[in-house]
Ligand binder design. Structure first.
Ligand code: FE2
Ligand code: FE2
Length: 227
């Protein structure tokens, strides 16, 4: 059967891909173009809101469950979440604001340099945090909780996620996945979403990637052929 925590791992994968993308976007940001700066700022805000939803699910469901069996560990992960806020997301936002208002070139260079610097740092620090969750926390969850308990944790984490974000986050995750993860993610979504919601989402996902890939998914997943 599927790993009960598979969604958790896919979500981490998507965050890691996005962190690399943010670093690239910050490096290539044209500090003279207000529309590019605005677009970068909006994208960082969106990514921040998605990250916060993930951290909220960890802090509300996963970490307390862990603390009940395996104490004095979760607090250091929560500490990392709090550290990301002012030092990276907060500072990048402040620099984007300052860059969009800057009138002289020295100020634009200073703010763009700081945005790039903090984006590199965000990527590295969050990568360490997520790698620790994958490589240190997940094995503990696997050993401390049986499969039914893990399914319960994963389900309650999913239920906490802002429903308004589920569609766009699913598209975001799917876009960056390889074929094998896409297929498993589709199987997960079929189980997790009401038929109507899945049908709408499948209509969008079927347009991502080569048509032959979707056709191969349809050949193996009967539920897709109903959409
Ligand atoms: Fe975390
Ligand atoms: Fe996480």
């Amino acid at each position: 059967m599927a790993n009960p925590m598979e969604m958790y791992i896919w979500f981490h994968d998507a965050i890691l891909r996005e962190l690399a993308g943010v670093e690239d976007a910050a490096r290539n940001l044209n500090r003279e173009k207000s529309d590019e700066i605005e677009e970068f700022g909006e994208h960082i805000s969106w990514f921040h809101s998605v990250t916060k939803e993930h951290e909220r699910a960890e802090e509300t469901i996963l970490f307390p469950a862990l603390e009940g069996r395996y104490t004095k560990v979760a607090a250091s992960y929560e500490f990392d979440h709090d550290y990301f806020e002012p030092n990276y997301f907060g500072e990048i936002n402040a620099c984007v604001e300052a860059l969009s208002r800057a009138h002289d070139n020295d100020e634009r260079i200073a703010q763009a340099t700081r945005i790039h610097r903090q984006s590199v740092a965000l990527n590295e620090v969050m990568r360490l945090h997520i790698t620790k969750e994958n490589e240190l926390l997940l094995p503990v969850i696997g050993s401390e909780f049986n499969v039914d308990e893990q399914i319960d944790i994963a389900t309650r984490m999913g239920a906490l996620f802002d429903p308004k974000l589920i569609g766009e986050v699913s598209v975001w995750m799917y876009r960056g996945q390889n074929g094998s993860d896409r297929e498993n993610f589709l199987r997960f979504l079929i189980r997790a979403l009401p038929d109507e919601a899945f049908g709408k989402l499948a209509g969008v996902l079927s347009g991502i990637g080569p048509a032959t890939e979707w056709a191969s998914f349809e050949s193996r997943i009967p539920e897709l052929r109903r959409n």
